[in-house]
Ligand binder design. Structure first.
Ligand code: YH5
Length: 258
């Protein structure tokens, strides 16, 4: 799954024409690199970030989702807002990727009514404060219980289990050690019976290990993606689609999986 961020162009007048065009060009490139899915997001959920309005998020995301219709890719939309979920589904999205695991009022209903897939991610706290001293007794067990509860809630709301994906949420309210524990023990999530997705690409934990800035984390990201797939991850959400595909092609042949 290739990442398509739609955030305002800091070089232009703050209008969205430039950033829409840039996002669409980037999406086309990721399709050419072999992405099966594109994850389109208009709101930054990086640590410390603050939220944007529904109207602003719709203005950023919907033109890009519409442009992807008819291209050879499935579209996921990274949002926590039910209004954005509904509009994205109407525009052709096949999955809602929610870092808030459909906990907003009306979110479960929006996905259920749309009949699309959903990725439920674990986050402790909210983006503006989640990295302030996160604590767990047993991070793997606690994240797993949360995801189990959200899967049950989604099913109870009428979303078929076949349409659900889960994600432990690397970097979302976790220390470096929590992130390492989650990746090391990722195989413990597979018995919940839904595909596991991971987002490790270019994240701070890779910077901490290698000492590299975000612009130079591609090799570390590949290593993390392979480690996740080796432990049962079915979907890897990445910036560098071609490099990840090449690495997985080699890995999968060795593991006799293709
Ligand atoms: C995720 O893990 N992450 S947005 C900080 C970085 C690099 C990347 C430079 N949406 C996930 O990608 N959805 C995001 O440091 C996500 N899983 C799912 N399902 C954060 C992001 C990033 C943040």
């Amino acid at each position: 799954m290739g990442i398509v961020n739609v955030t305002p162009d800091s070089f232009s007048d703050g209008g969205l024409c430039g950033s829409t065009e840039r996002a669409i060009r980037h999406a086309v490139r990721l399709i050419e690199e072999g992405a099966d899915w594109l994850d389109v997001g208009g709101e930054s959920t990086r640590p410390g970030s603050t939220s944007i309005s529904v109207e602003e998020e719709l203005r950023r995301v919907i033109p890009v989702v519409e442009a992807m219709a008819g291209m050879n890719v499935s579209v996921s939309v990274d949002t926590s807002k039910p209004e954005v979920m509904r509009a994205s589904i109407a525009a052709g999205a096949a999955m809602i990727n929610d870092v808030n695991a459909l906990q907003a009022a009306g979110a479960l209903e929006a996905v259920a009514a749309g009949g699309v897939a959903a990725c439920l991610m674990h986050m402790r706290g909210a983006p503006h404060s989640m990295q302030i001293d996160p604590r767990y007794d047993d991070v793997v067990a606690e994240v797993k219980i949360f995801l189990q509860q959200r899967l049950d809630a989604a099913q109870a709301a009428g979303i078929s289990r076949e349409l659900l994906v889960m994600d432990p949420g690397f970097g979302f309210g976790k220390t470096h050690d929590h992130n390492i524990q989650l990746l090391r023990h990722l195989d413990r999530f597979t018995d919940l019976g839904v595909p596991v997705m991971v987002g490790l690409s270019r994240k701070a934990m890779l910077g901490k290990i290698t000492g590299n800035e975000v612009s130079n984390r591609i090799h570390a990201s590949i290593a993390a993606a392979l480690a996740a797939v080796a432990r049962g991850a079915a979907i890897v959400r990445v910036h560098d689609v071609k490099a990840t595909r090449d690495a997985l092609a080699v890995y999968n042949i060795i593991e006799q999986r293709q």
